[in-house]
Design a protein around this ligand. Sequence first.
Ligand SMILES: [Zn+2]
Length: 124
Amino acid sequence: MPRYERFVEELLGFLLARLDEPGFARLVAHEPKRMMAAYFEGAGGRAETRTASFTGCIKCSQIPPTTLFRSHGHIDAPAWPCMPVRELTLSFAEDPDYRDEWRPKFTLVASGQLLHQPDQDQLS
Ligand SMILES: [Zn+2]
């Protein structure tokens, strides 16, 4: 059994085969980790606390232990690969095995939505 989802395993494999030492150190600082996020779910007059598990980044996705998200859709911790890891992949963007879905603009949060990117909102 692989430790992570296939998408995570494949990107890890891609990077580990190509990174130089500083790049590797950066990856280690942003290692993937299975995480849990508690959220509130209310439906049909019943409300309960549930837990979602996801692969996050040990640095970017830290969730304070008592956090209870308002709903599954509100879980806004970045999913792995986080933005810094995706930026790291950009040095290999010319590689035939590089995948567009690794680009920073496709960074997701644990709920599965695209990470909110402030610079895009500031365009007026
Ligand atoms: Zn990270």
